[in-house]
Design a protein around this ligand. Structure first.
Ligand SMILES: Cc1cc2nc3c(=O)[nH]c(=O)nc-3n(C[C@H](O)[C@H](O)[C@H](O)COP(=O)(O)OP(=O)(O)OC[C@H]3O[C@@H](n4cnc5c(N)ncnc54)[C@H](O)[C@@H]3O)c2cc1C
Length: 220
């Protein structure tokens, strides 16, 4: 942390919330070679899976006939490890302000984080409810429950550079499932990668055949 109180100030991505959506966004950005700072109000990652039903078996996650919700949360965190993304726990984001060139995230403890892109992966808010986060969004960009309207091809909100995924995101047909959160995280990460690259078109890559993705994950 600098003596100005900032904990980060660069071109990276701030992800608010370390539930399944935020964790998979951190993974996907890492796969694309984009650094992220994940800011979580709780003392640990996993969101609802860890906090509300960790010991319950889940049957609808691809590749697992049955998995405990707590184990899914731990595996999602472990999958981000190769990329050395930054995780800040016990850090509640109280407001997100849009500056001329970047967002400023105001933390409950008085610190600030600046970032070019923000992904909101806040579920439907804080467990125990500490009031709603202030967001630089126009009137009508949230529904009465607090979910945020997004474009379902990129998961960008009405505020350019601000994305919302997982249970926080609202679009026609939205299903509040772990698998949906992962799909949304992948599309938001790809949209940010495209914006960072400055290219109007970006070809999708497969992790199984891309040598640079393999190197980012395995180091080889
Ligand atoms: C009992 C139960 C059973 C379920 N069973 C299934 C199932 O079988 N299959 C399935 O696919 N889905 C299931 N779900 C739904 C699934 O858990 C959610 O869809 C998923 O957790 C959404 O992930 P998320 O990351 O969007 O949000 P969350 O899991 O809610 O995570 C959001 C995170 O953001 C953090 N946060 C919020 N606000 C702030 C802030 N201002 N600053 C910093 N951090 C913040 C929270 O602390 C939290 O950790 C179930 C849900 C429940 C409650």
């Amino acid at each position: 942390m600098s003596d100005t109180g900032d904990v980060a100030s660069d071109d990276s991505v701030a992800i608010v919330g370390a539930g399944p959506a935020g964790l998979w966004a951190a993974f996907q950005l890492g796969l694309h070679g984009v650094a992220a700072t994940v800011i979580e109000a709780a003392a640990r990652s996993g969101g609802q899976c860890a906090a509300l039903y960790a010991d319950k078996p889940v049957y609808d996650v691809p590749g697992f006939r049955e998995a405990l919700a707590g184990d899914i949360a731990e595996r999602l965190l472990a999958q981000t490890e190769p990329f050395s993304q930054t995780f800040l726990y016990d850090c509640r984001v109280d407001a997100i302000l849009r500056g001329e060139a970047e967002f400023r995230l105001l933390l409950a403890d008085g610190r600030q984080i600046s970032s070019s892109f923000v992904i909101l992966a806040t579920g439907l808010g804080l467990f125990g409810g500490e009031g709603r986060m202030q967001l630089a969004l126009p009137e009508g960009a949230r529904d009465p429950e607090g979910a945020i309207c997004v474009t379902p091809s990129t998961f960008e909100t009405e505020c350019p550079g601000l994305y919302a995924i997982g249970d926080a995101a609202l679009y026609p047909g939205k299903l509040p499932l772990i698998v949906s959160a992962c799909h949304e995280a992948a599309l938001a990460a790809f949209a940010i990668k495209k914006a960072v690259s400055g290219l109007s078109r970006l070809a999708p890559e497969f992790s199984s055949t891309s040598t640079r993705m393999r190197k980012r994950v395995t180091g080889e």
